[in-house]
Design a protein around this ligand. Sequence first.
Ligand code: ZN
Length: 290
Amino acid sequence: MRRLSLFLACVALLASALPARAEPLKVVATFSILGDLVRNVGGKAVEVTTLVGPDSDAHVYSPTPADAKKIADAKLIVVNGLGFEGWLPRLVQSSGSRATIVTASNGITPLRLGTDADPHAWQSVNNVKIYVANISAALASADPAAADQFMANTQAYLAKLDALDREVRDAVAKLPPNRRKVISTHNAFGYFAAAYGIEFVAPLGVSTESEPSARDLAKIITQIRQAKIPAVFLENITDPRLMQRISAETGARVGGTLYSDGLTGEKGDAPTYIDMVRHNIKALTRALGD
Ligand code: ZN
């Protein structure tokens, strides 16, 4: 009996001396880009779940019952803020979650999109460095035992973002100044335009939802000619004949896909944030170069 209690005392002593192998910190990110940032900062010490997955649109998202469960289990919920996740407050409330909500965009200078704040702040790499600092601080306060690891991951990732920012600036600097202009139905590149000096012109009178009519097309062609726009990124025009006509009548190059609000799956062109920015800058420089 005495031996057993000695054994139990030793076990208790060992258990108190050795930190228990920690469970990964459960974090929910609202959309794929934030999920990637949290993974880079958290590494193995976090288990990240993303609500709006790759190739989906966070603006018009409808949460599912499974999302409420994910949120209920999470210790932290990382959101973009700036009005991007209008569907989130009700989801958090209905899930009964007591998770801490971390607004990744805290501290950035918001631009406007019409009368509202423009939520697409991640299109400037320097803003994403602020996102990463906010995420890092939140993870460290939720799991202080892993704080050193988070700090090391953060430093390594910030160095990659610095290099990425330089890469974008160098690529734009090589473009002739009068060619730093595209026409695009995307309204998501305001921060990119402000940070890097490529102008995104909205096509006049064209809905982002539907294919343009013949009259719309004539207006776009006039606009491209008058504003001397060298490239078009009009992804809502899915009919290749329309794009060929615009290109033939204006001389503008037809650009490829620009990713704005979400990453692709693993096998796509933009499975990570860094891949997304690289993909976009390649598509833009291919269309705008000499
Ligand atoms: Zn958007």
